[in-house]
Ligand binder design. Structure first.
Ligand SMILES: NC(=O)c1ccc[n+]([C@@H]2O[C@H](COP(=O)([O-])OP(=O)(O)OC[C@H]3O[C@@H](n4cnc5c(N)ncnc54)[C@H](OP(=O)(O)O)[C@@H]3O)[C@@H](O)[C@H]2O)c1
Length: 241
């Protein structure tokens, strides 16, 4: 996919954070981009900010990844607007962090339904279009998909699962010419877990860095597939800083 100009990406959870950063980078390459959000207000706000970047178009779609029919509608809307889907970035996600003694069934289900089942729904709904375009499926997992930590049982389970899911579908789909990669970031300066990005986040990966990584993957020689990419801040703040 050396020339990204006029290609189309569907990004789940593109209203802020990593999804927004990826949308920005793909628009700069001249791609058309559809982003999703749970609310019309957030989708509209992001589209207003992203409009005018690059020569492609951006649309916002209200679609909760936990709802399979909503994902199917998002795919139809993207196809109606742009005629195809070349790239699916399954990014929407959240985290509940609590020791198992305190973790509630509701928190468990919200985490798994969003971070794992939501990715399955997004890919399943896009599969025909991605197969037709010989496209690219990229999931945003986490270093929490390989490193476990206290109070991380739900998040770890969802991201370990997502890494396994993406690697397995990579084997299912590569013969059909669809590439699959999972990006596993460390700390990124986003709104994740109700964080407010601020100047002290300068050491973290920035959302646009993940956007550039996605562009690099899409432009990689088609014979080569980095299927699992760990990415971390090159430096961490000194303890106590
Ligand atoms: N930040 C980090 O350090 C970090 C590190 C590794 C991996 N990640 C992963 O990166 C992904 C993006 O997170 P982020 O850091 O960018 O967080 P963020 O700033 O909170 O953004 C989360 C995005 O996901 C969307 N979203 C959440 N639940 C959704 C649902 N049910 N349906 C549709 N969209 C939904 C949000 O949209 P609305 O709120 O508008 O609905 C928002 O656009 C997640 O999968 C996260 O696990 C983050």
């Amino acid at each position: 996919m050396n020339n990204l100009h006029t290609k189309t990406a569907l990004i789940t959870g593109g209203s802020k954070g990593i999804g927004y950063g990826v949308a920005e980078s793909l628009l700069k390459e001249g791609m058309n981009v559809a982003i999703t959000s749970r609310t019309q207000e957030a989708a509209d706000q992001a589209v207003a900010q992203l409009s005018g970047i690059g020569s492609g178009k951006v649309i916002g779609i209200v679609a909760d990844v936990r709802d399979f029919q909503a994902q199917q509608r998002a795919v139809v809307k993207t196809l109606e607007s742009f005629g195809g889907i070349d790239v699916l970035v399954a990014n929407a996600g959240l985290g509940h962090f609590a020791p198992i003694q305190e973790l509630t069934p509701e928190q468990w289900h919200e985490t798994m339904d969003t971070n794992l089942t939501g990715v399955f729904y997004s890919l399943k709904a896009s599969l025909e279009a991605l197969t037709a375009s010989k496209g690219y499926f990229i999931s945003i997992a986490s270093l929490a998909g390989t490193n476990f930590f206290a109070a991380g049982s739900a998040y770890n389970a969802s991201k370990f699962g997502l890494v396994g899911f993406t690697q397995a579908v990579m084997l299912d789909l590569r013969e059909a010419g669809v590439k699959c990669s999972t990006i596993m970031p460390g700390s990124v300066a986003t709104h994740f877990n109700n964080h407010q990005p601020n100047p002290s986040d300068a050491w973290k990966i920035q959302p646009e860095d993940i956007g550039e990584l996605v562009v690099d993957l899409l432009k990689m020689n088609p014979r080569t597939l980095p299927s699992k990419i760990e990415v971390r801040p090159s430096q961490v703040p000194a303890k106590g800083a």
